[in-house]
Design a protein around this ligand. Structure first.
Ligand code: ASP
Ligand code: MG
Length: 402
């Protein structure tokens, strides 16, 4: 018998009707002979509402209590879905994280699943559907923990691994992974097959189909994923190992994000150790630096260092730089009206000229490039925020994705 983990995201369980619809999907799968573990998110918007409530109590709400609060969202959908399944005369049962248990390690609000007791549920699967709340677990000290926003994906992938499932299907409100944002760029195309690496680049670059750390785990353990829609029967996108994918195109997708900011330190001393002195305190404060560019110094004594960070971190970063007694510089400039546009494709490795083609395309649109970064399968540029959609459209066209 095939064993499947089916994960249903917030919009898929966003109302009672939708939960009943999901129950019908599960029933069909069960009747076709599969053992089903259903993982659910909280109803759409619920986690945000709970966070808001906590902030009304305190701007600095206790992290342990936040986990207790947030885990309740998934507990609700778990029980409702299980009830809906029973209403369809299916044997079903909800299991809370401590009842299984799902063991986690790491900090409150940001933990990881390390183990799951599979025996009882495996027994149950012989006849019934197990419904499990995503996004949470229990630490070895018996504390409820959550896995970070979007963490139900992480639960689904971890359970697929620990239960040795044959497949892990992520049901969501889009019918797959697209070559770019289909809501903004209507010519975007669904990608039938995509590699873990590409999916990772796309999801960390702003294509919010799946939580990136969940994709990373799937890649590590080679768990094939399928992203598909709860609301249509259409085939979804398969995410798996690169070897199984035939690449005819150099670029698979164009991603963008509008949550970056750029900082330039002008006139920094040009000598060994300066970059370390600049970035070490940022690292200590857990500020993620993305791109870094250092200019060639014109006078051989000073240089400019430009780097990008998440926009949320801008104020904190500026403060840390200003309080950093170790570094000397003439001035700081900042720009938070920037966006990052990236082309992603495993086929880029074997296709020369991709870089030049991207830059030429942007030049034709009169878009100025403020910073560049590359990896084997990705090329990102920072540009003015107002040019984002123009850039995405152009790149989508010139790389034959329309
Ligand atoms: N409910 C959680 C969130 O909104 C987890 C999830 O939906 O995956 O982040
Ligand atoms: Mg979600």
């Amino acid at each position: 018998m095939v064993k499947k983990v089916l994960k249903f995201g917030g919009t898929s369980v966003g109302s009672i009707e939708r939960i009943q619809h999901v129950a019908n999907i599960i029933k069909k799968e069960h009747e076709s002979g599969s053992k089903i573990i259903a993982v659910v998110s909280a109803m759409s918007g619920r986690t945000n509402e709970l966070i808001k409530l906590s902030q009304e109590v305190s701007k600095d709400f206790d992290k342990r209590e936040l986990d207790v609060l947030l885990s309740s969202g998934e507990q609700v959908t778990c029980a409702l879905l299980s009830g809906a399944l029973k209403d369809l005369n299916l044997k079903a049962k909800s299991w809370l994280n401590w009842q299984i248990p799902i063991l986690t390690e790491g900090d409150h609000n940001n933990s990881r699943i390390i183990n799951v007791n599979v025996d009882r549920i495996n027994n149950f699967l012989n006849s019934g559907v197990a419904v499990i709340p995503g996004f949470q677990g229990i630490s070895k000290n018996g504390e409820i923990t959550t896995l970070g926003r979007g963490g139900s994906d992480a639960t689904a992938v971890a359970l697929a691994k620990l239960f040795n499932a044959d497949s892990c299907e992520i049901y969501t409100d889009v019918d797959g992974v697209y070559s770019t944002d289909p809501k903004k760029i209507p010519v975007a195309k669904k990608i039938d097959k995509i590699s873990y690496d590409e999916m990772l680049e796309l999801s960390s670059l702003g294509a919010k189909v799946m939580q990136s750390s969940a994709v990373q785990t799937a890649m590590m353990y080679n768990i094939p994923l399928e992203v598909r829609s709860t609301f249509t029967d259409r085939k979804g996108s398969k995410i798996f190992d690169q070897q199984n994918i035939d690449y005819s195109k150099s670029v698979t997708g164009v991603a963008y994000s509008k949550d970056d900011a750029k900082i330039t330190l002008i006139g920094v001393q040009d000598k060994p150790g300066v970059a370390a002195d600049v970035f070490e305190p940022l690292n200590k404060s857990q500020i993620n630096v993305d791109m870094v560019i250092q200019n060639v110094s014109s006078d051989e004594k000073t240089t400019d260092i430009t780097f990008t960070i998440k926009r949320n971190d801008l104020m904190k970063t500026l403060q840390i730089l200003q309080e950093n007694g170790k570094i000397k510089y003439k001035s700081i400039t900042q720009n938070d009206k920037v966006s990052k546009v990236s082309i992603v494709g495993a086929g880029m490795v074997s296709t020369p000229g991709v870089t030049y083609k991207m830059f030429r395309g942007l030049a034709e649109e009169k878009i100025n490039i403020l910073a560049i970064s590359t990896s084997e399968i990705k090329l990102s540029v920072i540009i003015d925020e107002n040019s984002t959609l123009n850039a995405v459209k152009k790149l989508h066209t010139i790389f034959d994705l329309d």
